[in-house]
Design a protein around this ligand. Structure first.
Ligand code: GH3
Ligand code: MG
Ligand code: MG
Ligand code: MG
Length: 310
């Protein structure tokens, strides 16, 4: 049966080459009561670099899906306490919302079983016994797809920085981290000066160019651990974990110098663009953090623009 495929795995050179495809962020939940099959898949996936979670029945599988948040779920068609379809009914909606790849694995790959699996939320129907090489390339393919979808959901399409939804998620995440450790973080709010005039004078596409360029400079200047976002129309933000207000000022001055030096060309016209900045560091609550940075930004605008207020 299945175990025959293990030999294929050991003998094949091409398999050795392609085996390191998954990363340790890839977590696979296997819901299956066949211990032999489960241990074979577990060994294979761990060799590929993935984290593996095992559940031997539908109830435990459902619990582990919600508590451990895997990004792949492989569900056996027949489990001791329910069918794989019933597991689908309990997890499919959430799985879809979180971009989790869900597949049914069954011996009986009948038309009815396949249709039922797809209708009840499975993305794939895999047939037992698994062909190891096909299974590996399947996993790799789906994992790449999963990463691309995950990325596009949190990225602003025009500028390539994180979107507002991602900002909300990250700022709350850092706030939670801060309450559990001594690591603080800073918020930089940034708003382009007289952006409406740029649109009015040079046209909306020229305005879009300015936004794109700012996104580019923000991504290039920030450190790996910092995060850049488009907060709204022509408002942007940085979250800088571990940075003090003073360090944030130094950082944004660097961004400012680079962005100010950019010469935008629109027909016969050339122009450059400035922005205003408000900075606050996290103390007690996300709402206060944002309103402090907002107030500082307002003060930067009021006192003449093209400057930073903390
Ligand atoms: P201030 O210096 O006080 O910030 O003035 P401002 O003109 O930059 O601010 P205001 O908020 O009055 O105008 C923002 C403008 O940004 C208005 C809106 O049409 C424009 N805008 C918002 N999103 C986009 C976009 O995606 N592309 C372009 N081209 N313009 C946008
Ligand atoms: Mg079974
Ligand atoms: Mg604005
Ligand atoms: Mg503005």
């Amino acid at each position: 049966r299945i175990i025959e495929n293990v030999d294929v795995l050991k003998d094949s050179d091409s398999l050795d080459m392609s085996i390191n495809h998954l990363d340790d962020e890839t977590t696979v939940l296997i819901i299956d009561d066949n211990l032999e099959f489960v241990s074979y898949i577990k060994e294979l996936l761990e060799k590929m670099g993935a984290q593996v979670i095992i559940a031997l029945n539908g109830k435990r599988g459902t619990e582990k899906f919600y508590s451990l948040r895997p990004n792949f779920v492989l569900i056996d068609l027949y489990l001791p306490d329910m069918t794989g379809f019933e597991v689908l009914d309990r997890i499919a909606e959430t799985a879809r919302a979180r971009h989790v790849i869900v597949a049914i694995i069954g011996v009986e790959a009948s038309r009815v079983n396949k249709i039922t699996a797809y209708e009840r939320g499975a993305m794939d129907f895999l047939t037992k016994p698994l062909d190891t090489e096909v299974f590996i390339s399947y996993l790799f393919n789906r994992n790449e797809m999963r990463k691309i979808i995950g990325k596009s959901v949190v990225t602003d399409g025009l500028t390539g920085v994180g979107n507002r939804r991602y900002f909300d998620e990250k700022v709350n995440y850092f706030a939670e981290l801060s309450t559990r450790s001594s690591d603080g973080f800073s918020l930089i709010m940034l708003d382009i000066d007289h952006f409406k005039k740029i649109n009015d004078l040079y046209g909306h596409p020229a305005g879009d160019d300015v936004l794109r360029k700012l996104g580019e400079v923000m991504m290039e200047e920030k450190r790996e651990t910092d995060h850049a976002f488009r907060y709204g129309g022509e408002e942007f933000a940085f979250l800088l974990p571990g940075a003090t207000v003073e360090e944030s000022v130094v950082f944004i001055d660097r961004v400012r110098t680079r962005f100010n030096a950019v010469v935008f060309q629109q027909g016969d016209y050339q122009f450059s663009v400035t922005f205003s900045v408000g900075i606050a560091s996290y103390k007690d609550g996300v709402e206060k953090l944002i309103s402090s940075a907002d107030q500082a930004l307002y003060e930067a605008k009021r006192s003449g623009r093209d400057r930073t207020v903390v």
